[in-house]
Design a protein around this ligand. Structure first.
Ligand code: HEC
Length: 231
């Protein structure tokens, strides 16, 4: 009887202690099972442990700091994430500025946006491949609006016909990026570079080069790209 009672009390005490030990909050992460599973090696923008000794008992780090220390030693206050410098404009890795024209601004885009990709045979081959992937289901192999999906939905533009032949390259780029009427926007599926390659292909191979941009072919230097909203 006595033994059972003692064991019972001991049980309650152990349970109590473990509950207290588990209490987490604020800077105290409580007791963790397999702690290395919780603490990211990479910087985490939303959590920050600035105490260099935290997790020393577990540490295998080369810099000798505690296992859980995860602040950026180069930033003020050890910040893991910094605000961009005021006036910073994001560019993609090719140096393009974001494409800011709205879907309805098609006429402005049509007049101002120029193809920054240099026209050559390789670009045309790649453009043809991409056109085959993204455009032929509706526009058909020859761009005449007779792809298998085009036959069902109807009303797909014949890129070789009538006024379409004279569309500016900026216009075609804008339509691919933002969509038009019953054609959906493809901006999120196709990178700007690839959209421009498709534009070259459409203009040169399907529309015989009418109203093409290649007179203003840009070397891929920054100066020309400054003018090129393309994302
Ligand atoms: C889901 C079917 C579909 C796909 C895929 C599609 N289009 Fe279209 N496209 C259309 C339809 C429908 C129209 C007619 C839009 C309207 O005016 O209502 C059109 C119109 C156009 C026009 C004429 C725009 C104008 O000003 O009238 C161009 C240029 C064009 N598409 C290029 C492309 C290119 C390049 C691709 C591939 C990246 C593509 N389309 C993919 C359905 C499609």
């Amino acid at each position: 009887m006595k033994i059972a009672k003692t064991l019972g009390l001991l049980g309650i005490a152990v349970a109590g202690i473990s509950l207290v030990a588990c209490k987490a909050g604020g800077d105290n992460q409580g007791l963790e099972y397999a702690p290395q599973m919780y603490h990211s090696v990479a910087y985490e923008p939303l959590t920050q442990i600035k105490d260099e000794t935290r997790g020393e008992w577990l540490s295998t780090r080369e810099d000798g700091k505690g296992e859980f220390f995860n602040s950026n030693i180069y930033n003020p206050h050890g910040m893991n994430m910094r605000e961009p410098v005021e006036g910073t404009v994001p560019r993609n890795k090719e140096g393009y500025l974001p494409y800011r024209y709205k879907a309805f601004e098609i006429d402005i885009a049509s007049a101002n946006v120029k193809n920054p990709i240099k026209l050559d045979d390789e670009v045309l081959v790649e453009g043809q491949r991409l056109f085959g992937l993204y455009c032929t289901p509706c526009h058909g192999q020859g761009g005449e609006g007779d792809g298998p999906v085009g036959n069902i939905i109807g009303g797909v533009a014949n890129l070789k016909g009538g006024a379409y032949v004279g569309l500016s390259e900026g216009h075609i780029f804008h339509v691919i990026t933002k969509g038009k009427g019953r054609m959906g926007a493809h901006g999120s599926q196709i990178t700007p570079e690839n959209r421009w390659k498709i534009v070259h292909y459409v203009k040169q191979k399907l529309q015989g080069g009418q109203n093409a941009d290649n007179a203003v072919v840009a070397e891929a230097g920054q100066e020309s790209l400054v003018e090129t909203p393309a994302n």
